[in-house]
Write a protein that binds this ligand. Sequence first.
Ligand code: FAD
Ligand code: DLZ
Ligand code: SF4
Length: 515
Amino acid sequence: MLVLGDQLTTSLSALSGLDPTRDVVLMVEVRAEAIYVNKHKQKIAFVLASMRHFAALLRASGLPVDYVQFEDPANAGDFTGEVVRAVVRHRPERIVVTEPGEWRVLEIVRSWRELLGVEVEMRDDNRFLCSRERFSRWAGTRKGFRMEHFYREMRRETGLLMEGGKPVGGRWNFDTENRKPLPKGAKVPERRRFEPDRSSRDVLSLVERHFPTHFGDLEPFGWAVTREDALEALSHFVADCLPNFGDYQDAMQTGRPFLYHAALSPYLNIGLLTAGEVCDAAIEAWRRGKAPIEAVEGFVRQVIGWREYVRGLYFHLMPSYQDGNYLTAHRPLPWFYWSGETAMHCVAETVRNTRQYAYAHHIQRLMVTGNFALLAGISPREVEAWYLAVYADAFEWVELPNVHGMALFADGGLLASKPYAASGAYIDRMSDYCSSCEYDPKVKSGPGACPFNFLYWNFLIENREALGRNPRLAMAYRNLERMPPGIVEAVRREARHFLAHIDDTPESPRQGELF
Ligand code: FAD
Ligand code: DLZ
Ligand code: SF4
């Protein structure tokens, strides 16, 4: 039985029916999984430390685990090389594995039967509430894949927040109540962080030795790497953050990347927590009167709605999904996505949070770095590689639809009915960023103009053919028509100039000279 680094769940399908007198669990630490994109140091440490603790848990429950360490001199460095070595060691009749979450790895596993002459049994990933087959049945007959329709089916099927076949509170969705900026002086809770133990310290120094040039700060490292600690992180979220989660879900604040968000996605995505149990914990808080329905419904929607939906969509549409480039965006990723050195305070702050924690919350990812990449016409492939590299929760099944579909509209609207394009006014309304920025969100063009403003109008102009007939953009295009020609010309000129000099910073080395 092969267990991958994001499959650390004792009830995993690959582990079911395991006979400890005959079977062996194989886990392998391999370099290839850290370097196929420039993975954040904390992400590498998070996965390896969690793998080591999970192996110890399996061993303690009496299961035989063959664990290949990163620094084993014979380590082949990738999944196939390690499976070849394990086949020589164990001479198995078959290899059992739960389907990998990335298409890239799925293809690797598919190649093993022919390569090794050993039967490979790939089992469904039972940690998702909606199987791939169930999603395809839902998606099969549709032209557009709207999350809200999918979400209602999931609510009905799971019975979560349902009473007598109807949604509790009389509504499916309380999103309209969930878009408030953070009030001045709001007390944001300190986040619970977890001190690395001896085993995790070994991993931290391993990462420092082998990946010194990778993106991101390695320390302070505060992620939970055991199920026990992940459960504690869940309790902390439910008690201290969930009551305000709904209200301030879209808010952004300098120095406060987590606000009231769960910060549970890394644990969910590697299997330390399950979708069912985090929803149950939130719903229990609502039943006990500790959290309002607006917050709890909002949270459950993210988990059984968005999370299951993007995973279903990924497997339904891959491998061709990643090839789309609906808005023909080809600009290289600016260097400041890595360095954070830009005068745009919102971008600098989001990159700083990302570098420090391997985390930024949804609106930072969507409306700051995602929105900028959309407006500036950055190549989807380059943006996707960045997102896949820099976040602790990034695995392609969840990263790709969110970046390619939601943030960049590169799929032409399969996932979102319109691009999430916004000018500086949105960022100003939802954050305190603009007050410490050298640009002014109220100025469209000329001295001090916020780049999000002229890039926004330039984006609409440049993509008129692709987007001009989108009914959800009708108002934006009407506003554009009303704009005096002089301003339109100034906006275009400014955008052209800005984009031509986007990487003109003293510190803009290119790839190869990383960090
Ligand atoms: P919360 O805001 O507290 O939400 C609770 C949970 O809901 C999350 O833990 C997550 O499991 C789930 N969730 C919420 N929104 C989404 C969503 N859009 N898609 C899937 N699950 C969701 N999420 C990842 O897990 N990995 C990624 O690589 C990733 N890349 C993203 C890239 C972009 C451009 C965007 C816009 C979103 C991305 N997301 C990704 C979705 C979302 O931003 C993160 O799940 C969320 O920020 C994780 O932080 P949290 O646990 O505090 O989430
Ligand atoms: C992310 C990651 C890293 C950095 N290292 C390993 C590893 O050494 N061994 C392993 O089994 N998995 C690792 N992973 C997680 C894999 O990238 C993940 O399992 C695949 O992308 C499939 O989703
Ligand atoms: Fe970002 Fe513009 Fe606000 Fe500066 S003024 S923080 S660039 S939105």
